[in-house]
Every structure is written in C-alpha cells, then in structure tokens.
Design a protein around this ligand. Structure first.
Ligand code: DX5
Ligand code: ZN
Length: 226
C-alpha cells in the first residue's frame, strides 16, 4: 500500500476572474493545502502574482497556503509573504547563493521552510540543509508555466531524496510539482512523495473536486510496480 498524499491544487490553473469560487472549492474538497506560485519574470520567464493576491486569498481561505517563490532574491520578500499569511514558503536553490540564511529567515518568521530544485539540479545539493527543512519541492517540469509534461527522471530523484532524508534524519516532506495528474500520481507516490501539486489536472477538468478526491484516495490502492 502507498500512503495518502497531501493534495495541493495550484491556483495558477484556476480562473482568475472566479478566485472566490476556486478558494471555496479548495476549502470544501479533500485538498490539504492551496499551492500558490509567485513568479517575477526574471528567475522564470513568466510573471504571475505576488503577496497582494496571497494576502487577499488568505483572507477567505481556511486551509494553509503553500507559497512557491519563483523569484530572484527571495530573501527580500519572505517577510512580506509571511505577513500575507503564507504557512509554507518555498524558495529555489538556484535563486539563493545564501540558501542557509534564507532558510533561517523563513524559520525565524515562524513559517514552514521549503526549498525547490529545478529538474537539472541534483538532490545532493541539499545534503547540508535538509535537517532544517520542512519541505523539499522537486520540480517535475521546468518552472514558469502550468500544463507541461511530467519529466520521468523525477521518479529517480524522488527515490534519491527519500534516501537522503533518511540518512540525514530529516522529517522534510517531499512535494512534487509539474505535470502531476491521475495518470502518474500513483507512481510518484510509490517513489516516495508526500505532497502532490496539481494545477491543470485539477482546475482544467469539469469536476476538480472529484480529481482531488481520487488523488487523495491513491493510498487506498495496491502498490504499483515501477
Ligand atoms: C510551475 C508551477 C506549478 C504549476 C503546475 O512552474 O510551479 O505549480 O502550477 O501546473 P501543472 O500541474 O499544470 O503542471
Ligand atoms: Zn509551484
């Protein structure tokens, strides 16, 4: 048996003219968190939304906000995202020459700290920080856009990361982001993931609540062979 994932639908794929409806849907569904992608047009070739949207969504959302910062110099902004109500803040390894300091900054704000790695970045770069982390986000597409194809190599990285976390006695959760849907979520969980981010596979379907329920129910299925 595999365990039940925390399902974190990504707001990026929602209809921005109907944000209230999307928030209500998340709150009444079996989603654990709402994943929110902030992009600056510099670290990634796209611009999405910032702390003002996070703050306003946080006023009506009951569940935790899982904020994924795809921005340069995230240390300059983590305090504002914390103030906006983020319960989890994830920065990118590739955007942080002083990653250790940025992790401490987030923890000092009383927020859970995550680090994301791009598809080409090996999990070993996190060896000396995993003990301080609540979450490691493994990008399974190149960051910047929703609706891309899952990179199969990610399954290998998840297994490596699970081993690294055990070796370093880290309780960090493993979150997978990009191209996740019902077609591959079982294999992703089997490889060792804890949290599934799902954008287009949830909000791009006629019945998002049902997809969330099915993702959450993965732990009720027999083990998959990979
Ligand atoms: C991509 C973002 C993802 C995105 C996932 O850079 O980090 O969170 O919303 O979208 P899907 O699930 O459609 O690949
Ligand atoms: Zn994301």
């Amino acid at each position: 048996m595999i365990k039940n994932p925390i399902v974190a639908p990504s707001l990026l794929a929602a209809d921005f003219t109907q944000l209230h409806q999307a928030v209500d849907l998340i709150d009444r569904s079996e989603a654990g968190w709402l994943h929110m992608d902030s992009m600056d047009g510099r670290f990634v070739p796209n611009i999405s939304f910032g702390m003002m949207v996070v703050e306003q969504v946080g006023r009506i959302l009951e569940k935790p906000m899982d904020v994924h910062l795809m921005i340069e110099n995230p240390g300059n902004f983590v305090a504002e995202f914390a103030k906006a109500g983020a319960q989890i803040i994830t920065v990118h390894y590739e955007a942080c020459p002083h990653l250790h300091r940025n992790i401490q900054q987030i923890r000092d704000l009383g927020v859970k700290a995550g680090v994301a790695i791009n598809p080409h970045t090996p999990v070993s770069v996190l060896e000396h920080v995993v003990e301080d982390l609540d979450l490691v986000l493994v990008m399974s597409v190149n960051p910047g856009f929703g609706g891309q194809k899952f990179i199969f190599e990610t399954l290998y990285k998840i297994r490596q990361l699970r081993q690294l976390l055990m070796d370093r006695n880290s309780k960090a959760l493993i979150e997978i982001d990009g191209g996740v849907g019902l077609q591959n979520a079982g294999k992703i969980m089997e490889a060792g993931a804890d949290v599934l981010v799902a954008g287009s596979s949830v909000f791009g379907t006629p019945d998002p609540e049902s997809v969330i329920r099915q993702l959450k129910a993965l732990g009720n299925l027999p083990t998959y062979e990979i």
